[in-house]
Ligand binder design. Structure first.
Ligand code: AMP
Length: 282
C-alpha cells in the first residue's frame, strides 16, 4: 500500500491500474478513522479491484468558527488501519494541492443542500460536492462508498452523480455504532465522559419514535414532538434540528406512508453530533 501526496503521482498509479483492467473504488474520508470508515472499505471490496482511500480535511466544507483547526488527526494510525484492511492506495494531499491560492470553482446541488444540516451550515454541502467532484475526476473511480450516518450528504452526492452524468456507482453503507448505539464519529473524541454518556439521547429518541410508529402513530408532527421532548430531558444538550422527511426527496411529510428519514443534529459541549434512521413502512 502506497501513500500519494500529489495529484500527478496518484494519476500515474491509477492509469497503470486502469490499463491492467482494474475497477477503481474510492472511499473518501477526513481521517481519524474508526470502524465506520473501515466498514466502507469492507463494503466496497466486492465492487472493485483496487481501493483508494482519501484522507483530506476539506477546508471548504467548514464554516467560519467551526472546528477545522481542532479536527482530530492521526495519519500514522490511519495508515496502519487501512493497511490491515487491505486498502491499495492512500491519497493524502496537502490543502494547496487541492485548492491552490487562486482556486475559484465550486459545485452546488440546489435545494437539497439548504435543508436539515444545510440550515445551520450554509456552505457545507457546496464544499462537500466540490471536493467529491474533484476526487471523482482525479481518481476516475468506478465506484464510491459513503456512510448512511451522513445520509443527506450521500443523497446529495447521488443526485450530483445523476445530474452531472458521472459514470460511477454510489454505495450507501449502514451506520456503524458503538455498543450503546451511539453512531461512530471522529467528532465523538470531543466528548467529555459525562457528555459521552448523554450522547446516546439522539439515537434513543429515534428508537422511541420508531416504537411509537410501530404502535400505530403515523403523524410526523407527533413523532417529532416526542423525539424533541425526550432529548430535552437530558441536561446540557442543545437541539440543532430534529426532522422527519421523505427518505428519497428529503422533503417534509405529514404522515409516514413511504420510507421516512428521522434525522437530527445536537450539540453537546464542543461536539455537534448528527445521526439518522430510516423507517420503511411494511
Ligand atoms: P468523514 O471522515 O467524517 O468525512 O466520513 C467519511 C465517510 O465515512 C463518510 O462517507 C461518512 O458517512 C462515513 N462514516 C462516518 N461515520 C460512519 C459510521 N459511523 N458508519 C458508517 N459510515 C460512517
Amino acid at each position: 500500500m502506497k501513500t500519494y501526496r500529489t495529484i500527478p503521482d496518484l494519476r500515474d498509479c491509477i492509469s497503470r491500474e486502469k490499463q491492467a483492467g482494474k475497477r477503481i473504488g474510492l472511499v473518501p474520508t477526513m481521517g481519524f478513522l474508526h470502524e465506520g470508515h473501515l466498514s466502507l472499505v469492507d463494503n466496497i471490496k466486492a465492487h472493485c479491484d483496487f481501493i483508494i482511500t482519501s484522507i483530506f480535511i476539506n477546508p471548504k466544507q467548514f464554516g467560519p468558527g467551526e472546528d477545522l483547526d481542532k479536527y482530530p488527526r492521526n495519519f500514522d494510525r490511519d495508515k496502519s488501519l487501512l493497511q490491515d484492511r487491505g486498502v491499495d492506495a492512500i491519497f493524502f494531499p496537502k490543502a494547496d494541492e487541492i485548492y491552490p491560492e487562486d482556486y475559484l470553482t465550486f459545485i452546488q446541488v440546489d435545494k437539497l443542500g439548504e435543508i436539515l444540516c444545510g440550515r445551520s451550515r450554509p456552505a457545507h454541502f457546496q464544499g462537500v460536492t466540490t471536493i467529491v467532484t474533484k476526487l471523482f475526476l482525479i481518481t476516475k473511480c468506478d465506484v464510491v462508498a459513503f456512510g448512511q450516518k451522513d445520509y443527506q450528504q450521500a443523497i446529495i452526492i447521488r443526485r450530483m452523480v445523476e445530474d452531472l452524468n458521472f459514470d460511477l456507482e454510489v454505495l450507501i453503507c449502514p451506520t456503524v455504532r458503538e455498543e450503546d448505539g451511539l453512531a461512530m464519529s471522529s467528532r465523538n473524541s470531543y466528548l467529555q465522559p459525562e457528555e459521552r454518556k448523554r450522547a446516546i439521547c439522539l439515537v434513543n429518541a429515534f428508537q422511541r419514535a420508531r416504537r411509537l410508529y410501530e404502535f400505530g402513530e403515523l403523524h410526523t408532527a407527533r413523532l417529532r414532538d416526542e423525539m424533541v421532548q425526550a432529548i430535552l430531558t437530558i441536561p446540557e444538550v442543545r437541539i440543532d434540528y430534529i426532522e422527519v422527511v421523505d427518505a428519497q426527496t428529503l422533503e417534509p411529510i405529514d404522515k409516514i406512508e413511504r420510507p421516512a428519514l428521522l434525522a437530527g443534529a445536537i450539540w453537546l459541549g464542543k461536539a455537534r453530533l448528527i445521526d439518522n434512521i430510516i423507517i420503511e413502512p411494511k
